[in-house]
Design a protein around this ligand. Sequence first.
Ligand code: ADP
Ligand code: ADP
Length: 238
Amino acid sequence: MLQFVDVSKRYAHGAPLALSQVSLDVAEGEFVVVLGRSGAGKSTLIRCANGLVSPSSGEVRWNGRSVTAARHRELLDLRSEMGMIFQQFHLIDRLDVQTNVMVGRFHDLPLWRVLIGSFPAEVREQARQALARVGIDHLAEQRADGLSGGQQQRVAIARVLMQRPKLLLGDEPVASLDPVTADVILKLLKEIHQQERMTTLLNLHDVRLAKQVATRIVGIRSGRVVFDGPPDQVDDAR
Ligand code: ADP
Ligand code: ADP
């Protein structure tokens, strides 16, 4: 489904390799956690998946199509099948929760185009359902910037559900949450993975959390894959 073929990344001339010849296939239905210390290259790897970062060499393929070579319209088209959530949620602070979620249906349009229009009743209803799905329908009218971190990540997840992606990418989706909330949000992602059969690829730096949710763990260190296997083979004291 998603293939990294010999992917290397160097951000600047003379800088060390952030990724070094990474080859990896993510199959439909997997929940892959990329695990590693800070600076290992996790975020770079996740961002190469949808072309937010361009590899210096090698190629990323999505269902046989090259993400690396894709430009403009084609890249948008490929990205429309991949949803993404972030450490810092990236909500539109001044808008209410429901609007933030509805925007997910129109992820391929410029935001200003979306916001000058009005949302069809059907989209409003879908947003309500997505909010209920993540347990915060009671917050629909609240401003996004008034919410707790856990609530904001729930909004971001509801927004990504509106997109109906085939692949969910997460760049440190629980890194800015307290441990209890991080746990709850990961369980929610796991539930969504199981119920909507959404293939998931995200990075974490906590082994314990990774083992709770992953069907497969990819360990990286200094830009190289140093482990790739089932969670029960990962050493807790890594
Ligand atoms: P991780 O997510 O595991 O913390 P990153 O992928 O963020 O690792 O970073 C890997 C390496 O690439 C680090 O040495 C980091 O400093 C460097 N790096 C990451 N992003 C950039 C960037 N935008 N510009 C320059 N260097 C970067
Ligand atoms: P916080 O960041 O405030 O700890 P959480 O991420 O734990 O928030 O939860 C976000 C919101 O989801 C809260 O407002 C809470 O009311 C609601 N919530 C949490 N768990 C459930 C649940 N199991 N069922 C319904 N609503 C829930």
